[in-house]
Ligand binder design. Structure first.
Ligand SMILES: Nc1ncnc2c1ncn2[C@@H]1O[C@H](COP(=O)(O)OP(=O)(O)OP(=O)(O)O)[C@@H](O)[C@H]1O
Ligand SMILES: [Mg+2]
Length: 274
């Protein structure tokens, strides 16, 4: 699968806090474009940036629709000129930026979803959430947006993934697989309820399964590369995350069986999928 380098851009100007969301992302103008930035120094710690970066890379490998991402550099000099950023606790270094979709609708309502052009990506997003153990998209408004200009549904916000969100480590990740695999909680929450209408026909997961078949452990290792030093991911935790994701990909059939029971418009059997 296609590996690429995440670009990095300098912050030019801090515009404002996005004003919603528990991680308090910041809107910044950069040397490239406007980005919604999850910053080092946020009250949840650096792991949410790791989660965002790793999930972004995996999303791109699996062709999940997601805004482009970049590493956003804020140096000491830029910080010293901004009392607002200092007050927020922003640290110098690299941060995670998601390129701003300028006309975005965060409320996922049936008439709007009916208009998006990439409905074939809907089952993919659901299966992707099972792989990354993302409990945060079933109910939470704003973690799916519709790009109104391009009429595309996009997945965003991978801060609270790997079941434990900001607080995972090697030991806790290993514990998760001592229990049987399961679907994310609140599976029939308000967002998924709308999306599940589009998990229909005989092969709803065909698009993402074509990609998953090609994923190797090297691809998962690649997803954990290019993490900035200052995000402080140690090697034991990094290896545990690789094993966690690889285990879930290797066991994708188990997720398909679990999904089959919850997706009433999916016709035919799971065995057709593989
Ligand atoms: N690339 C983007 N383009 C347009 N809007 C965005 C983008 N990234 C984030 N947003 C908007 O900012 C909001 C907050 O971002 P995000 O969901 O990533 O942060 P959060 O603090 O983790 O949210 P929460 O924890 O409440 O789900 C989103 O719900 C979305 O409306
Ligand atoms: Mg969010």
């Amino acid at each position: 699968l296609n590996h690429f380098e995440i670009p990095s851009y300098n912050m030019i100007k801090f515009e404002r806090e996005m004003g919603n969301g528990i991680t308090n992302p910041l809107l910044m103008r950069t040397s490239d474009d406007y980005y919604v930035v999850k910053y080092l120094g946020n009250e949840h710690g650096p792991r949410i940036l790791v989660n965002e970066l790793v999930c972004y890379k995996l999303a791109r490998l699996l062709d999940i629709p997601i805004p482009d991402a970049a590493l956003i550099k804020i140096d000491e000099n830029a910080l010293s000129l901004s009392p607002e950023l200092q007050k927020l606790g922003v640290q110098p270094g690299l941060h995670f930026g998601s390129k701003l979709v300028s006309r975005a609708e965060p409320s996922i309502q049936p008439p709007l979803v009916a208009l998006v052009k990439n409905k074939e990506d809907i089952p993919s997003i659901i299966l992707f959430d099972q792989i990354i153990y993302n409990d945060d998209r079933t109910m939470n408004p704003g973690n799916l947006i519709v790009d109104l200009k391009n009429k595309r549904l996009l997945a965003l916000d991978h801060s609270h993934t790997f079941r434990l969100g900001a607080i995972w480590n090697e030991i806790e990740l290993k514990k998760i697989h001592e229990n049987n695999l399961c679907l994310v909680k609140e599976f029939h929450g308000q967002n998924y309820k709308v999306l599940l209408k589009y998990v229909n026909g005989y092969n709803p997961f065909n698009k993402i399964l074509q990609k998953i078949q090609k994923v190797s452990k090297e691809d998962i290792i690649w997803c954990t590369q290019q993490i900035p030093e200052e995000w402080e991911l140690n090697n034991l935790d990094k290896d545990a995350l690789i094993d966690f994701l690889w285990y879930r990909i290797e066991n994708i059939n188990k997720f398909l069986h679990l999904l089959k029971d919850q997706c009433s418009d999916w016709k035919g059997g799971v065995s057709l999928e593989i």
